[in-house]
Design a binder for this molecule. Structure first.
Ligand code: FNR
Length: 385
């Protein structure tokens, strides 16, 4: 068992153990990857205030996110094709999250279906919805999420058209992968991954295959084609309202990056918003999520619960998000690196790394509860906001 001390360790193992096509899919941003890089780099620009001789006993990272009790304010973000990073990846990640006392959100573009995860994991999970053109399919997804007793619907608003990721095109990304010579050679050196894939029944987009008309499991090209053509470019706030009414439960709006959109989302009565640029995978050239956060907190902080994702790789990053006024965070790649590295144990390791970093950093800042963190813990450089 390798010694894991930080998310970078998991990232290195992920890279070594998972075929190039799927590692690259996780570790890339769109176009020049400027926003992808800045998401993390901007966290490093925020500095923490060290305080001493403050009683740091009895610390707690527990709080609430979107009405749920959580052991720390860190949820697992929806990630497409998680089941290609490790066989049954969605089930393993959902289990690790439940064990750690944090929320897990299943993507529309998952390999394991809503029903697969519900059958394997007794704890409730959230479901992330992409708005598709096929109304019957869309209504079906919402009904399936209700039947699985999903605790919230996370509606993603920033991917009705795909920001290009160069490496995915060059690698010919698909699920399952097309068996070319380079792919077979790649799989041969990453045999553990291949063995897992051979053992599982789940290699296709489980929420789509068998539910969307004209999509068959045997034809990866038809599946990718159907999916790409299905994102509804006509998505607007009226459609968001219709989805809210169809769902009727807790609704989290994901992909808000601008204060004007945040105001609309707050007027709309969302249960929470996630400030996000999709981990730098969509609008390249946008500001990092952490730099947009103060503007959004100023615009709607008193009216709607604010969470953030994009660029979080440590407990220190989580602390900075909370200090700038959000009450929850979501991680994508940080746990996907864990999953690719070591399956369920890797997701648990990622969460434990972050929990420990958050706890110790909080103590060194002179705080004992995540709910007490605030601006007073930060030195914000000029020009950051
Ligand atoms: C994502 N993300 C994402 N979001 C979503 O709403 N539905 C999805 O299917 C996916 N798929 C996806 C795949 C991969 C490989 C990544 C890395 C990300 C975005 C995700 O939910 C989250 O916003 C980002 O991952 C946050 O950034 P970090 O933590 O990865 O830097």
């Amino acid at each position: 068992m390798p010694v894991i001390t930080c998310i970078e360790d998991l990232k290195a193992l992920h890279r070594a153990r998972v075929p190039r096509m799927f590692y690259d899919y996780a570790d890339s941003g769109s176009y020049t990857q400027q926003t992808y890089r800045e998401n993390s780099a901007d966290f490093a620009r925020l500095k923490l205030r060290q305080r001493v001789a403050v009683d740091m006993s009895g610390r707690s990272t527990a709080t609430r996110m979107a009405g749920l009790d959580v052991s720390m304010p860190v949820a697992l973000a929806p990630v497409g094709m998680t089941g290609m990073q490790h066989a049954d990846g969605e089930i393993l990640a959902a289990r690790a999250a439940a064990q750690a006392g944090v929320p897990y959100c299943l993507s529309t573009m998952s390999i394991c279906s809503i029903e697969d995860v519900a059958a394997a994991v007794p704890d409730p999970f959230m479901f992330q919805l992409y708005v598709m053109k096929d109304q019957e399919f869309l209504a079906g997804l919402i009904e399936r999420a209700k039947a699985a007793r999903c605790s919230a619907l996370v509606l993603t608003l920033d991917l009705q058209i795909l920001g290009q990721r160069h490496r995915d095109l060059k690698n010919g990304l698909s699920a399952p992968p097309r068996l070319s010579l380079p792919m077979l050679m790649d799989m041969a050196t990453r045999w553990r991954w291949g063995m897992g894939m051979l053992r599982t029944r789940r290699r296709f987009f489980g929420n789509i295959v068998g539910h969307a008309k004209g999509v068959s499991a045997g034809d990866a090209a038809s599946l990718m084609h159907w999916t790409a053509a299905q994102f509804d470019e006509r998505l607007d706030w009226d459609k968001v309202a219709r989805i809210r009414d169809m769902w009727g439960g807790k609704l989290i709006l994901k992909g808000i990056l601008d204060p004007d959109d945040a105001r609309i989302a707050a007027d709309f009565g969302a249960d929470a918003i996630i400030v996000s640029n999709h981990g730098g995978r969509q609008l390249d050239g946008a500001l990092s999520a952490i730099r947009m956060l103060p503007h959004i907190v100023a615009a709607v902080g008193d009216r709607v619960e604010i969470h953030l994702d994009s660029g979080i790789r440590s407990g220190q990053d989580v602390l900075k998000v909370l200090a700038l006024g959000a009450t929850g965070t979501w991680i994508g790649r940080a746990y996907i690196h864990g999953l690719g590295a070591m399956g369920e144990a890797g997701v648990t390791a990622a969460l434990e790394v972050i929990r420990k970093e958050l706890d110790i950093t909080m103590a060194l800042c002179g705080e004992t509860r995540v709910t007490d963190l605030g601006r007073h813990n930060l030195l914000v450089p000029q020009g950051f906001e």
